[in-house]
Design a protein around this ligand. Structure first.
Ligand SMILES: *[C@@H]1O[C@H](CO)[C@@H](O)[C@H](O)[C@H]1NC(C)=O
Ligand SMILES: *[C@@H]1O[C@H](CO)[C@@H](O)[C@H](O)[C@H]1NC(C)=O
Ligand SMILES: *[C@@H]1O[C@H](CO)[C@@H](O)[C@H](O)[C@H]1NC(C)=O
Ligand SMILES: *[C@@H]1O[C@H](CO)[C@@H](O)[C@H](O)[C@H]1NC(C)=O
Length: 357
């Protein structure tokens, strides 16, 4: 009852004060020559360029795409990034540009439109699988000639319900057979339903340590405020903590203590964005979300540098001393991880396949 009243008021307030509440994000460094030594939490040395690829276009993507890639010629690993419930892919532009500035191509499909009705999770998953299968032929078409996507280093990622989509795809639950291989998986405050008993179908969480039959490296980034307030946007039992419980090594679990479910989004996300954002508890009014985006982006980069390029240094540094390096507070310190080689049977009594129900 209470939230029914508070919710529209908060939205109204947000809308009325919108222009005053948006804090300008500091302009990224203009002198890129000094950034050769940049850490993963600083803007990288490449200049990101964004483009929209529409469905009725010569490259025929199965869904509209936002592509963010370096301007500089080269071959770059590719990240397929799935948006959250009722979010536009463009709301992630800041964090995706940050990641791309470190030498990555990000492909972010728009799996459905903002307005209702939304597709079923299975439909959404099948759409995501079609986009993944489009990459080998389509990405070449959608990029300039001197820029290439390295599909041998293809990561799967997503935020919120898009995090669920990424894990479900990795688990092979799409009805569309996958024609690409993923090599890493990242969930940003992933959510698999409204509660343990009310999960998205196909169900992925089985309340069992290491149940995910996923052999690629996994990183999970949760938010400290995602499970709080009237409407928990990332409820306990179906959110990051449970995803970490069910992932297999190598897998690590970061929590940005002071930020909420929607704080990874851009500052300027328009009216519909404010409505979506007002539904979830987040950083306080006037608190910059820039540290959150840089922390999330930096973890993407450190994790992929480790598992795609074999450069584990920054990733291990973050695991061991998160708050020494990351701009947002990470809890706990050090970061829990199921490191490579850890035996899952040692972590739980599980011996039977988790998918036999
Ligand atoms: C995916 O991996 C399998 C098994 O390693 C391999 O046979 C197949 O060729 C790979 N597919 C692509 C598109 O790289
Ligand atoms: C929210 O999740 C955190 C872990 O991120 C946990 O410590 C805390 O108890 C949870 N809070 C509530 C209200 O469930
Ligand atoms: C976590 O990662 C660090 C650095 O790679 C490693 O030294 C440590 O053993 C790992 N911890 C666990 C519990 O696996
Ligand atoms: C887990 O995945 C592997 C490789 O994809 C497959 O061979 C195996 O049958 C799966 N196990 C279960 C229990 O589904």
């Amino acid at each position: 009852m209470e939230t029914r009243l508070v919710f529209p008021l908060v939205m109204l307030l947000g809308i009325l004060l919108k222009s005053n509440l948006v804090l300008p994000t500091p302009v990224s460094e203009s002198d890129h020559s000094v950034l050769e030594q940049a850490s993963v939490f600083e803007t990288g040395k490449f200049h990101p360029v964004t483009s929209d690829v529409r469905t009725p276009s010569s490259c025929l993507p199965p869904r509209p795409l936002l592509i963010v890639r370096p301007e500089e010629q080269g071959t770059y690993p590719v990240i397929l990034f799935h948006h959250g419930t009722a979010c536009w892919n463009s709301w992630y532009t800041d964090v995706l540009k940050f990641i791309s500035s470190h030498g990555y191509i990000v492909v972010a499909p728009q799996l459905y439109r903002w307005i209702l009705p939304w597709p079923s999770p299975q439909d959404e998953l099948d759409r995501a699988a079609k986009v993944a299968n489009w990459l080998p032929s389509g990405l070449r078409c959608a990029l300039p000639e001197n820029i290439e996507g390295d599909l041998q280093n293809l990561a799967l990622a997503g935020h919120s319900r898009g995090g669920y989509i990424a894990f479900a795809l990795a688990l092979g639950l799409a009805d569309v057979a996958l024609e690409v291989n993923f090599s890493a998986l990242i969930g940003v405050d992933p959510v698999a339903g409204r509660s343990k008993k009310n999960q998205l179908e196909p169900k992925i969480l089985h309340d069992e340590s290491c149940s995910f039959n996923i052999s690629i490296p996994v990183a999970i980034i949760g938010t400290g405020l995602g499970n709080t307030s009237g409407i928990p946007c990332a409820p306990d039992g179906v959110s990051h903590t449970e995803f970490f419980n069910e992932c297999r090594p190598p897998c690590s679990h970061f929590v940005t203590t002071d930020y909420g479910h929607m704080d990874v989004l851009d500052d300027n996300i328009g009216l519909d964005g404010w409505v979506a954002r007002a539904a979830c508890k987040g950083s306080g009014w006037g608190v910059s979300r820039d540290p959150m985006r840089k922390t999330v982006g930096g973890i993407f980069v450190a994790f992929l540098e480790a598992f795609f390029k074999g450069n584990h240094k920054e990733y291990n540094n973050i695991l061991q001393k998160p708050n020494h390096f990351a701009p947002a507070t990470l809890d706990p310190d050090p970061i829990p991880n199921k490191s490579e080689g850890t035996s899952c049977s040692g972590l739980s009594a599980m011996s039977m396949p988790a998918f036999a129900f």
